[in-house]
Write a protein that binds this ligand. Sequence first.
Ligand code: F6P
Length: 541
Amino acid sequence: MKNFLETNSYRLLKEHYNRIKGVQLRDLFASSPRRFDEFSIKFEDLLFDYSKNIITSETIELLIGLAEEQKLSEMIEKMFSGEKINNTENRAVMHFALRQREKDASVDDVFQVRNQMRNFVNLIHSGDWKGCTGETITDIVNIGIGGSDLGPKMVCKALEAYSVGNIKTHFVSNVDGTNIVETLKNLNLERTLFLISSKSFTTQETLTNAVTAKAIFLEKLAKEEKDIAKHFVAVSTNEKDVKEFGIDPKNMFVFWDWVGGRFSLWSSIGLPIALQIGMDNFEKLLDGANAMDLHFKNTDFRENIPVLAALLSLWYTNFFNAKSHCVIAYDQYLEKLPDYLQQLEMESNGKSVSRDGEALSYSTSPIIFGGVGTDSQHSFFQLLHQGTQLIPVDFFAPVNSLNPVGNHHNILLSNFFAQTEALMNGKSREEAKLDLEQSGLGAEEIQKLLPHKIFKGNRPSNSFLYKKMTPAVLGSILSMCEHITFVKGIMWNINSFDQWGVELGKQLAKKILPELSGKEKILSHDSSRNGLINFFKENKE
Ligand code: F6P
């Protein structure tokens, strides 16, 4: 792996880009009736259509050439064989092992913990697990942040339709007291179980919320310290600190340092998911992810969905100079997908030095943003269609709704199909003029309005269409997203598996915290920070 700007493939791609950059998608479709067949892949219940990208078959060949020069196959092999490819933390990267079938297991412990999860989920669902007043558990409060929150929260929402029993999951992540206070307001503590989820068990936000939850529980419900065992369990890699917090190690679900936080929903961090949808459905989620792992590992790059999707993202970032990437789900169940992908992609690939610590002279992760269709259409789509930047869009949509009601789903999907068409084709000056003429406006008015009515089009998108939202389909989609992130990291020659960039702010906050108590004026920072802190202190009630 090297600086990809120095590869022969990059030089060839740059020349190719200069030839192709002005090509119109409309013309590419007009000149090739088989374009959809050429640039789409079916994988189980999922269809990946990448035909609406500014590419030809030559682009794909050149991008694959770049992947080969960057030794992508070797790195895939290294990851799947458990080599320590997270070089700055000296760790293996083995989230794939969490979803392997038992017969192919790389790590036996995975199955022990999964059994422990199954037993626990069964106890809660059967009502055999009782709270300290003898009530059964109906509400699960997951206290965690980042990867210990976003993945499980997104999946619990996405698979809401598969919920079993009357278990409700709630998520507390923010250290803002409002989050825990508002969450607990309407819950009956007698029926509530707290999952303290933290890989490190040192994260300030999670521990602060956990201490508050414990204090509220001891004040309002518990008669004795040992009642805690019936209402608090922990998910962590840090047994020592879990014990110190007062949670019985019997009620602890472990995972391992080779699982990165943002890749951990498949581990015991997925316990809230398993509690909500049952262990059988949780295992279907794992199976879907495993199927995508095998596809990624074993399929030629020309037919490999994560590889192609990653190379296309790089094509826009590093050749078209795209700064952001939009994700739109025409599926209400995926409303939290953009939040989850923000951490996955931006925490992984928001880097500016190479694996060897050299400053990079090319862009890495784009800014990920998005939302659900049709809401996003009425919010920021204006910029996608007529703004000054090129923003590639990934669309996700189910063929079948899990909530068929009236004509909703056809209306929803017609919007999805229409948006991808509008982005691609736009509306030419002639078409816009004709529209205005047909609406009966006079020549002067038409002249004035015309520039505002033109859509340049030629805006690329991928479509991911799946038969319906199921645990297996979701597992495949998420595993695909993880591998896309991985491939981009390899191409950019960065380590996608550390996140040192989040440390500095944390350290400074720890220094500032004691300064916020007491009356004395703060003068030790720059004038802005002193001014802000002193305004806070003067006005604090
Ligand atoms: O803030 C960064 C981070 O380390 C994330 O990578 C991680 O998912 C999150 O904090 C939570 O960490 P933990 O699970 O150790 O509490």
